[in-house]
Ligand binder design. Structure first.
Ligand code: NAI
Length: 335
């Protein structure tokens, strides 16, 4: 069966890491017809919008997309393409598994966490305005509907993957109404999952606890902004953003992407590490029921990284993007 998948290679190192991932998936024998699109600054220049409608329509039609990093202007310019895609496609769950990759130096070993982030509202609703000069208001939106469905997602995912505990991360001691509602929905949903332990923690304490003893956590559920920050913190426990994947999941579509940026300092130099996008594509392959290929690619990636002979500079090696990619493909062939 040939899958049809939307591909947004992205800016900076995006095209290089995407090309590497496509080569590896192809070598693993998964038949995919890619529909390629540009988004971000290049799309603004060519089409007058950072996210042309045809990109969203393609993901809607195919139900699945892989995306490289896209540069977002700071403090002005166009709205983040990532945020717009999540909203347009209602990709309400951001899923960030955090695990050690064998051979990657990190502060902790044997980490196995899953972060589930509400992806559509909170302070990312984009509702900001100047009340009077010198005073800006930014609205944090929390709804019962979105809080309930993300809690259901977290518990369903936990049950499916045999996880033992879901911790809701919040600041309901201060934001009594907004985070209070998030927590109420979590508690209500938890009643339907007596087989999974329910836990709650305030977000600042969670950050400290994660750094002191991450093993006490299993699945962490949180609203948008906390999820953004805590998931990067968690990535730091296992070696950083270069070695963790992410998926944005909705009822009708899913988009998988690396969480690092466009790395303008090394773009176009064949130095980028494609591991994060490759790990995200492994999540994608599981999602489209190509688990055998996903497991083969993961095995090959682990072999190459663990051997440490052909790794990129960010992992302490000297290999180029293409040499690393060749090594993963060679390791696939050896299986
Ligand atoms: P960055 O992640 O692009 O770079 C930070 C450092 O990590 C740089 O030294 C870079 O060379 C290195 N790095 C990142 N990815 C790497 C990889 N795959 N292999 C080897 N080294 C890698 O973060 P920065 O500089 O804050 O952001 C640059 C641009 O990326 C900004 O325009 C930002 O808006 C965008 N960005 C996009 C994201 C997305 O589309 N998901 C996420 C984060 C940032």
């Amino acid at each position: 069966m040939t899958h049809r998948i939307t591909l947004i290679p992205g800016d900076g190192i995006g095209p290089e890491v995407s090309a590497a991932v496509l080569r590896i998936i192809d070598a693993a024998g998964v038949a995919i017809e890619w529909e390629r699109f540009v988004a971000g600054a290049e799309a603004v220049d060519r089409f007058g919008t950072a996210l042309p409608d045809e990109v969203v329509e393609s993901v809607r039609r195919n139900g699945i997309a892989l995306k490289g990093p896209i540069a977002t202007p700071i403090g002005g310019g166009f709205e983040s393409v990532n945020v717009r895609l999540r909203k347009a496609l209602d990709l309400y769950a951001n899923l960030r598994p955090v695990r050690n990759l064998p051979g990657v130096p990190s502060r902790f070993g044997d980490i196995d966490l899953i972060i589930v982030r509400e992806n559509t509202e909170g302070l990312y609703s984009g509702l900001e305005h100047e009340v009077v000069p010198g005073v800006v208001e930014s609205l944090k939106i929390v709804t019962e509907k979105a809080s309930t469905r993300i809690a259901v997602f977290a518990f369903e995912h936990s049950r499916k993957h045999k996880r033992r505990k879901v911790t809701a991360v919040h600041k309901a001691n201060i934001m009594k109404k907004s985070d209070g509602l998030f927590l109420q929905c979590f508690r209500r949903v938890a009643l339907d999952y007596p087989d999974i332990e329910r836990d709650e923690k305030i977000v600042d304490n969670t950050c400290m606890q994660l750094v002191m003893n991450p093993y006490q956590f299993d699945v962490l559920l949180m609203e948008n902004l906390y999820g953004d920050i805590v998931s990067d913190l968690a990535a730091g426990l296992v070696g950083g953003l270069g070695v963790v994947p992410s998926g944005n999941i909705g009822l009708k579509a899913a988009l998988f992407e690396a969480v690092h940026g466009t790395a303008p300092d090394i773009a176009g130099k064949n130095l980028a590490n494609p591991t994060a996008l490759l790990l995200s594509s492994i999540m994608m392959l599981h999602h489209i029921h190509e688990s055998a290929a996903a497991n083969r690619i993961e095995g090959a990636l682990n072999n190459v990284i663990q051997a440490r002979k052909t790794v990129t500079r960010d992992l302490g090696g000297t290999a180029s993007t293409s040499e690393f990619t060749d090594a993963v493909i060679a390791s696939l062939d050896n299986k």
